[in-house]
Structure formats: structure tokens, C-alpha cells
Write a protein that binds this ligand. Structure first.
Ligand code: UD1
Ligand code: CA
Length: 450
């Protein structure tokens, strides 16, 4: 059936005690909202609206390219959905899937299962069973087990509804657009929070004799809502453990697995080896036979087979080629590319720089906006001076060159093939292939004054 999804993400998240909108709080390196968005992708593709309100600018900036709906005042989840009606109409969808933006553990399979169970219903919502219903909306069923309402925790009156069963509303709904159009204007905010609750649609639809289903999704923690720092930590730990289990099942070698944090977006091949504590976040790809040692933090980086990342390295948008050695204590910033069998040692930083096949930069070096050929040796303390205060300039070092220690290469500059640059030089002009360049004050030995 023709359906569109709406993610509710306009709330402030008061209970999080943070200036950042709640849905931008991260779980394994990605905002909660991103996890929710990705879980909807297989079923909905681009047919998704995100309702934003509190610090909408920040959410929109973090999710460029998505379709947003504005809820300027956060008057409740029902009011939030109402703001999406014009967009949904324009999409000409029949069914609307609504999901809270604070359910980062949501999985595509859970969405698919729920949509299947909701097929043909006028309104369906996912429920989970908890020992302790906490702050979740309670599901009320009649004697025959048919859903009659969702009652929010604050508004739950034991004398009226009896003791809660532990079945609660998970915050995912499927509703016929025509029904949403008819019922949303009828929501009232006469409740403890003074908000228009999406959950009241259930009671209204039941009263109209519609097909309303509470789809039991077990005690599936993939539907856990995150409202507080404690719940954020729980969700993150739960996702971490889930990803680690998957890696072990697949054949990834893990040391101290309880301290390995891998994003569900990362791909780690069987036979790769990771030592905790380490972070492998974003869209990292680690090939079979690559090793990531302890205390490393990688983001959106590629590590090829046989490469070794020694302890205490930071990689971001970097590519490490086959058999390359990195660290300990190296920093590879965006655009760092290490070709096959190259070495980068301690306190070496690369940014937008390519280090050619078998080349080495082993100690205390900055290589920025640089193209370095094969078989090059970069001495300790070499700096590419790539920034003149206004613009960035490139440094090129051709195959087989040898750069002596403590050299400053003032870009733009090219050091040709097989050149030798004397230690302590400040190189401001190109060095033609095969030549020796020395650019430093000559040593004078004078009698010492007494
Ligand atoms: C909501 C449900 C509750 C359910 C729980 C599941 C309501 C009234 N209650 O409670 O039954 O058990 O989720 O996790 O819906 N939002 C907006 N605009 C608003 C208010 C909220 O977009 O005006 C968004 C929030 O950003 C959040 C989501 O809606 O992503 C849910 O809001 P939240 O305040 O967290 O609802 P809960 O109290 O958790
Ligand atoms: Ca919530």
C-alpha cells in the first residue's frame, strides 16, 4: 500500500538537560534521529517527513536533503502529526507510519513486521510488555482483549482502568490518512500535560467502530524510547552489545569485546581484528586481516587488509592501504590517504595528504595538502607549511625523495624525484629532480668567550 512515514522530532527533550535537541543526542556516533531514519529507509525510501520544532535549524542542518515539517510550538505529539497533514496529502498516501524520533534502537525488520501486521487496519500501534510500565503510555484492552485506549502514565487512573498490565505503547503508529484527517482536529488537550496526544486517536477510532490493533512486539527493546541521560546510556549499551554480537557471529576477532564500540553503519569483514577499548564509527570499513589496536578512534575511514593501526590513533575520513602501519599516536584527518605498505609513526598528522607506496613519515610530522610519491622518506619534524594565513597551498614530493629532519616545506613547492633535502632546511623554492637542497644558516665555530 501507498504509505509515507512521519518522524516526530520537534520536542525539546527537557528530561535530557541539554541545549541540544534530544533527537541529535548521539548513540554510537550518530544522532538518534539518524538511526530512526535509517530504519525507515528500506520500507519508505524518501517518502519520509521529519517534524522539527525545538532548534529546528540544528536538526535541519544535520539532516540536509530530508523533507521537514515545522511545528513552531510544541503542543504535543498529536499536534505534531497534524502539522504534517498538508505534506501527506500532497504525497497522496493512504497509510501514514508515525514514529517517535527518540527510538534509536528501531530496526528495519521491526518496521517491516509492524507494517505487515498493520495491513488492512484503520489504526495500528506497536506495543511492548514491560515489568514496569514506567513513563510509557498504558495500553487498555477490554475483556475480549480488544484495544480500547492508550492512557498516558500521568493520566492513568487505577480506579477507572484497573492495575496496568505492563503492555505499553511503543510510539510507532500506522494510521489511514483519511482517518487522521478526520480525528486529529477532534483531539483535546484537557489532560495533565495540557498537550494534544497522538495516543488519544486510539480511543477516538475505537469509539467510531474502526479496526484498531495493538500489535504486540514482545518485550522488544528495539522500541525503547529515550528521554533521559540514563536511557540514552542504556540504549547505546544495548546497541553496542547487539553490534558486537553480530560481529562475533560473523567471524570478526575481538579483544575486550565489552569495550568495542562499532557503529551499525560500519562494515567489518570476517577476519578483521579489533581490540577494545576502541571506537569504529560512522561508515568505517575494515577489511579482513586488518588490525585495530586498543585506544583507537576511527570515523568514516577505510582500513585495508593487512594494515595495522597501533594504539592511540585517531582517523577521520582517512584511507589506509594494504599492509600500511599507523601509530602509535598518529592522527589521520579527512583526506589522508596511505598507500600500500606506507608507514606513519608517532605524533604524525596528515590532512588532505597522500603518502605513496612504501613511503615513511615516522616521527613528529605534519603533512597537509600534500602529494607524496612512492619510496619517500620524511624525516622527523618535517612540516608542510600549507597555510599563508589566507589560502592553502600544495606540497608535492616526488618518488624516492629524502627529506631531512626538521625541514619546513613552504607551499606551494615541489621537491623532485630522488632529491635530498638537508636537515633543518626551510624550502621555499622548487627542488629539481635529483638535486640536493640545503637552506639553513651555515654553522660557524668561534672561540668561546670566557
Ligand atoms: C510518548 C507517548 C507514549 C509512549 C512513548 C513511547 C504521547 C502522548 N505519548 O510519550 O504513550 O509510551 O512515547 O516512547 O505521544 N514531539 C514532537 N512534538 C511535540 C511533542 C513531542 O515532535 O509537541 C516528539 C518528540 O521530539 C519525541 C516524540 O515526539 O521524539 C515523543 O515525545 P515524548 O515527549 O518523548 O513522548 P513520551 O512522553 O515519551
Ligand atoms: Ca519519549
Amino acid at each position: 500500500m501507498n504509505s509515507t512515514a512521519v518522524i516526530l522530532a520537534a520536542g525539546k527533550g527537557t528530561r535530557m538537560h541539554s541545549d541540544k535537541p534530544k533527537v541529535l543526542q548521539t548513540v554510537l556516533g550518530d544522532p538518534m534521529l539518524r538511526h530512526v531514519r535509517e530504519a525507515l529507509r528500506p520500507e519508505f525510501g524518501d517518502r519520509v517527513f521529519i517534524v522539527v520544532g525545538h532548534r529546528a535549524d540544528m536538526v535541519e542542518a544535520a539532516f540536509a536533503g530530508e523533507r521537514f515539517v515545522h511545528q513552531t510550538e510544541q503542543l504535543g505529539t498529536g499536534h505534531a502529526l497534524m502539522q504534517a497533514l498538508p505534506g501527506l496529502r500532497a504525497d497522496a498516501c493512504e497509510m501514514v507510519l508515525v514514529v517517535n524520533g527518540d527510538t534509536p534502537l528501531l530496526r528495519a525488520e521491526t518496521v517491516a513486521h509492524f507494517m505487515k501486521e498493520a495491513e488492512g487496519a484503520d489504526l495500528a500501534f506497536a506495543t511492548i510488555s514491560l515489568d514496569e510500565p514506567g513513563a510509557y503510555g498504558r495500553v487498555v484492552r477490554d475483556d475480549e482483549g480488544h484495544v480500547s485506549a492508550i492512557v498516558e502514565a500521568k493520566d492513568y487512573d487505577m480506579s477507572r482502568y484497573g492495575a496496568p498490565t505492563g503492555e505499553v505503547n511503543a510510539g510507532m503508529y500506522a494510521i489511514r490518512l483519511s482517518l487522521a484527517e478526520a480525528l486529529l482536529p477532534r483531539l483535546s488537550n484537557a489532560n495533565r500535560s495540557g498537550e494534544y496526544y497522538i495516543t488519544d486517536l486510539v480511543g477516538l477510532a475505537v469509539a467510531e467502530g474502526r479496526d484498531v490493533r495493538g500489535v504486540q512486539c514482545g518485550s522488544d527493546e528495539s522500541l525503547m524510547g529515550v528521554n533521559s541521560p540514563r536511557e540514552l546510556a542504556q540504549a547505546e549499551e544495548s546497541m553496542r552489545a547487539f553490534v558486537v554480537e553480530g560481529l562475533l557471529d560473523k567471524g570478526v576477532l575481538l579483544h575486550a569485546p565489552a569495550l568495542v564500540r562499532v557503529s551499525p553503519r560500519a562494515t567489518i569483514e570476517a577476519g578483521a581484528e579489533l581490540s577494545g577499548p576502541c571506537d569504529v564509527l560512522g561508515s568505517c570499513h575494515v577489511e579482513r586481516g586488518a588490525r585495530i589496536e586498543a585506544y583507537c578512534s576511527l570515523r568514516d575511514s577505510h582500513v585495508a587488509s593487512g594494515a595495522e593501526i597501533r594504539p592511540y590513533c585517531h582517523l577521520e575520513q582517512a584511507r589506509v592501504g594494504e599492509g600500511a602501519l599507523v601509530g602509535p599516536y598518529a592522527r589521520l584527518r579527512p583526506g589522508a590517504v596511505l598507500e600500500r605498505d606506507s608507514h606513519v609513526g608517532n605524533f604524525v598528522e596528515l590532512k588532505k595528504a597522500r603518502l605513496g607506496v612504501g613511503s615513511k613519515a615516522n616521527h613528529l610530522t605534519y603533512l597537509g595538502d600534500a602529494e607524496i610519491g612512492a619510496g619517500v622518506n620524511i624525516g622527523a619534524g618535517t612540516i608542510t607549511c600549507n597555510y599563508d594565513g589566507k589560502n592553502k597551498h600544495r606540497t608535492t614530493i616526488e618518488d624516492g625523495a629524502f627529506i631531512g629532519s626538521n625541514t619546513a616545506l613552504v607551499a606551494p613547492v615541489t621537491v623532485g624525484k630522488e632529491c635530498l633535502v638537508g636537515a633543518g632546511s626551510v624550502i621555499t623554492h622548487d627542488v629539481p629532480a635529483g638535486e640536493l637542497a640545503v637552506a639553513r644558516g651555515k654553522q660557524k665555530n668561534l672561540p668561546r668567550r670566557k
